[in-house]
Design a protein around this ligand. Structure first.
Ligand code: NAD
Length: 281
């Protein structure tokens, strides 16, 4: 079966990588590309329709792949719900209200959201959950990430997902992993017990590096992933679209596609359709 795909954000860094990847796959047909807000009108490029109307993507595609900006993702989720067309979204930096709207749309369309589509990072998420569970609360957790200088959200969605995975491993709510909800330092600047800390570096063209450091008494465990090229995210997103095509409405994550949910946390299997499907830029 050939899966018809529409790409939102097609002129962006990730959108271009997705288009390149999709061209190379015999099981995928590009049916429409959404141009950015600064480029109006309709045209054709290598036989594919380029449009400024988001609805046109949802009318022709089995699955729309979105790498844009949070407010656009909310709009795409609503269009997915109205049309029944599935949505794969890699956009990061959604606030709680925007995320809730995407979750609501997941009641009427299959929506797979992941802050990181690489196989390696999804394995890192599972390993982080396992390590946090095994090492216990007296090991401090610090998450370090570096991205290119153009990135607009910080910490990265992947860093936050790693924090949530660590919190989950300790049977704590993912909200505990947000430094805004639970400050890492007290007013004097001393580290708080049990806090999950984030360190953010920005520069150059780095596609995405993440490390989770577990610092215990007299020893450290360090789990790391480095993305060499953003094509790894594009390949994962296109594979996710092929996997999602034809699925029932619901919220999905990369762990569902990769079968990592149950093994990631034997005590608390993650339901196949999670209420908030942020998995893990
Ligand atoms: P970019 O700035 O290069 O591209 C964004 C694209 O979205 C541009 O073409 C822009 O015109 C378009 N866009 C912005 N607002 C829009 C709107 N309202 N309607 C339609 N189009 C709109 O950014 P990028 O590096 O490609 O990243 C895009 C998003 O993907 C970011 O949120 C980033 O964090 C995320 N990302 C996720 C992964 C992952 O694996 N999930 C990997 C890399 C980047």
């Amino acid at each position: 079966m050939t899966v018809k795909i529409g790409v939102a954000g097609a002129t962006g860094r990730m959108g271009r990588a997705v288009v390149t990847c999709a061209w190379d796959r015999p099981d995928v047909q590009l049916c429409a590309l959404l141009s950015g807000p600064d480029s109006a009108g309709e045209r054709e490029q290598a036989g594919v329709r380029v449009t400024d109307r988001p609805k046109a993507l949802f009318d022709c595609a089995d699955v729309v792949i979105d790498f844009t900006a949070p407010e656009a993702t909310v709009r795409f989720a609503q269009l997915a719900a109205d049309s029944g067309t599935a949505l794969v979204s890699g956009t990061t930096g959604l606030d709680a209200r925007q995320q809730a709207m995407v979750d609501l749309a997941g009641e009427r369309a299959a929506i797979l959201q992941a802050a990181n589509f690489s196989l390696g990072v999804n394995l890192l998420l599972a390993l982080t959950r396992t390590a946090a569970r095994a090492l216990g609360a007296d090991w401090d957790i610090e998450i370090l990430e570096m991205h290119h200088r153009q990135k607009v959200d910080a910490p990265s969605g992947t860093a936050l997902a790693l924090g949530a995975a660590a919190a989950d491993g300790r049977d704590r709510s993912p909200a505990d992993a947000l430094s805004s909800d639970r400050p890492v330092f007290d007013r004097k600047g001393k580290r708080q017990d049990g806090a999950i800390g984030y360190a953010v570096l920005r520069g150059g063209t780095v596609p995405g590096d993440h490390s989770v450091i577990f610092a215990g008494p007299d020893e450290r465990v360090m789990l790391s992933h480095a993305a060499g090229d953003r094509s790894i995210f594009a390949k994962g997103a296109v594979s996710a679209a092929v996997w999602l095509a034809g699925k029932a409405p619901g919220r999905y994550g990369m762990a569902d596609m990769l079968g990592l949910s149950v093994h990631a946390n034997p005590k608390q299997p993650v339901p196949a359709r999670r209420p908030a499907g942020q998995d893990g830029d």
